[in-house]
Design a protein around this ligand. Structure first.
Ligand code: C5P
Length: 299
């Protein structure tokens, strides 16, 4: 194949319990990830050297275009395990906010794994792709699998959960938050008293997902990274307050932030919320979940 296109979804965390900092430098997690239909689209074509370009209606200037980008790292990882010696020219059309807590970079990495495996005909198994994904970043395995998953360990050990559709409004922020900084701020706020993470999500959360019940889900959303994100970027709180005023069923910080996500009752309510935020000068977009993981488009 000389040219492939892969789409990979952004994610939100419906529950994000963060435990103590481990000797590895990572925190033990119990998270419930859900993929949303906000897509990164990656194209890859045969080339003699690696290259990367980006486009999209998100802030692009902080994205590295060299070997530091997870896309190139993902391609090199496939080269390493397969022995394939070619390269590829990549282009990413970005829709997931950059540095926003929605795993856009992880989606790009997952898309790159799927893309070069198809482009180069290396035929890695899903298990091999998941192993490479976990090396690339804690959220990359989820970006490969998509839908709704419990994430344990660093967030990379996945277990699927059933979920009917939900409708969200995503409100990106212009500032970016560094994920390591948000985690270390949480450690600082907690001092020595980090709680152990629960072994599983609450039964209320599992039941709300299974039933597709937005009002039941609203009472189950939890994010341990919200407090440190708000302490670093207090304007997040005013965005959450706007959502309450506009009548969202619930609002929360997405992952390590600063993107805020709001739960709607249905698609009509979602449209009213998007209009409400836009009427007040916010950038807002509707999204539905769960969405599938990184997948090849038929050219
Ligand atoms: O795995 P990834 O490279 O995406 O993680 C980025 C940073 O987020 C890590 O370097 C670490 O500071 C923090 N992190 C963490 N615990 C996790 C996942 C990420 O402390 N489970």
């Amino acid at each position: 194949m000389a040219h492939v296109t892969v789409k990979a979804p952004g994610k939100i965390n419906l529950a994000l319990h963060v435990g103590p900092l481990e000797a590895s430098g990572y925190h033990d997690l119990m998270s419930v990830f859900q993929a949303v239909d906000v897509w990164e689209t990656l194209t890859a074509e045969d080339a003699s050297e690696f290259s990367l370009t980006v486009s999209g209606d998100v802030v692009l200037d902080e994205i590295p275009l060299d070997e530091n980008n997870l896309v190139i790292k993902a391609a090199r990882a496939v080269q390493r395990v397969s022995g394939f010696e070619g390269a590829a020219a990549f282009h990413i059309d970005k829709k997931v906010p950059v540095g926003g807590g929605m795993a856009g970079g992880s989606a790009d990495a997952a898309a790159a794994l799927v893309a070069v495996d198809a482009l180069w005909g290396t035929k890695l198994s899903q298990v091999q792709l998941l192993e490479l994904a976990a090396e690339l970043g804690s959220d990359v395995p989820f970006s490969l699998e998509g839908y709704t998953q419990i994430g344990r360990g660093r967030g990379h050990l996945l277990e699927p959960v059933d979920s009917l559709p939900f409708h969200w409004v995503i409100v990106p922020q212009t500032l970016h938050l560094s994920t390591p900084l948000v985690y270390s701020t949480l450690d600082g706020l907690r001092g020595e008293s980090a709680p152990a993470v629960p072994s599983a999500p609450s039964q209320g959360l599992v039941d709300a997902l299974f039933a597709g019940d937005a009002h039941a889900l609203a009472g189950e959303l939890v994010n341990d990274l919200a407090a440190p994100a708000i302490s670093l970027a207090p304007q997040i709180q005013s965005v959450l307050d706007r959502g309450t005023t506009l009548g969202a069923v619930a609002g929360m910080v997405s992952g390590s932030g600063p993107t805020c996500v709001f739960l709607a009752e249905d698609t009509q309510h979602q449209t009213r919320l998007v209009d409400g935020f836009q009427g007040e000068g916010f950038h807002a977009l509707g999204a539905s979940s769960p969405a599938r993981g990184a997948h090849l488009l038929r050219n």
